[in-house]
Design a protein around this ligand. Structure first.
Ligand code: BDR
Ligand code: CA
Length: 315
């Protein structure tokens, strides 16, 4: 039976591919809604991008709820340097078509609370691929939903890997470290895809070419998006492609055998200074802290990209 998921996201190129992958695997994933947060670009744009991606897949029936426009305490930080001014810039310069649908009236945080409360215990996996502001707000307003979730699967953090927005911190956690700390400390059944694993998932020229050759509704558009997305990481780090971070979360729900991980205690540094937003992981259990997260450590990148390519072909 397909797993019910809610995807909390800030599209963003890799968020967009995560959405499309979820829609392309209906036998495994039942996407209930997108809840959107400000992150890669301001909320107005991330919401519009979410609607554009659903329009591309001709799945305007999936509701989109707008959430928090800024972090709990800190000033907003965005990532136009990676995702472009629109948040979904393309190699060709042609933006995804404007959506005909609009955002739902309910606030994303209220949607999360109502939906998780109204569903059977352990029947929903919440996936988060942006800053954790919406999730922290929902957990603060309705702590009872924490144990109703089957899992919270997030893209965020950097355990052993250096950060990508500061030397210590990964972008999603850095944007709202206070929200992240609240979520990591909440007791939720947490699965973490940090940079340690996502940096193993590079969009190499051969993988990009395979997507470009797909045809169908999504192939050429996704390739155009990833062409742009590759530029920053390739020139900054000299890698053979950008890491395709966010879709790892959805691939995990579709086929867990692609990944392996290990339970450990992870805490988020909220002290001002160079380590703000760092996810400190007790890899060797050198403290008595109880593990609070399954940290994904390894994955088969060929199977991951094989799944994405095969699935996008069905859209
Ligand atoms: C994360 O930051 C964003 O730019 C991406 O969408 C991804 O969620 C990677 O650090
Ligand atoms: Ca994201």
């Amino acid at each position: 039976m397909a797993t019910k998921i809610i995807l909390d996201c800030d599209p963003g190129h890799d968020d967009a591919v995560a959405i499309l992958l979820a829609l392309a695997a209906p036998e495994s994933v039942d996407l209930l809604a997108l809840t959107v947060v400000g992150g890669n670009v301001p909320l107005k744009l991330t919401v519009n991008n979410a609607l554009r991606v659903l329009a591309l897949a001709q799945r305007e029936d999936i509701p989109v709820y707008a959430g928090c426009p800024r972090p709990l305490l800190r000033e907003m930080v965005t990532a136009e340097h990676v995702h472009g001014e629109s948040g979904l810039d393309t190699g060709s310069g042609k933006l995804l078509e404007m959506p005909k649908t609009t955002v739902a009236d309910l606030h994303a945080v209220n949607y999360l609370i109502e939906t998780i409360r109204g569903s059977a215990k352990n029947s929903i996996i919440l996936v988060a691929t942006g800053p954790l502001t919406n999730i922290a707000a929902a957990f603060a307003m309705a702590p009872d939903i924490i144990e109703r979730l089957d899992q919270l699967v997030i893209m965020g953090g950097a355990c052993h890997e250096p950060g990508n927005i500061t030397p210590a911190a990964e972008f999603n956690i850095y944007v709202d470290p206070h929200a992240a700390k609240a979520v990591f400390d909440s007791g939720v059944n947490l699965v973490v895809f940090a940079l340690d694993i996502t940096h193993q998932m590079l969009i190499t020229p051969a993988r990009l070419a395979a997507i470009a050759e797909l045809g169908g509704r999504a192939g050429a558009v996704v390739a155009d998006l990833l062409e742009f997305f590759n530029q920053y990481d390739m020139s900054k780090y000299g890698w053979s492609g950008a890491p395709l971070h966010d879709p790892c979360t959805i691939a995990y729900i579709i086929d867990r055998t692609i990944f392996t991980g290990r339970e450990m205690a992870v805490t988020v540094d909220i002290n001002d200074g160079p380590s703000l937003g760092r996810t400190v992981a007790d890899w060797y259990s050198v403290t008595d802290a109880k593990p609070n997260a399954m940290v994904i450590t390894d994955g088969d990148s060929d199977r991951f990209f094989g799944l994405i390519t095969e699935r996008l072909a069905t859209l």
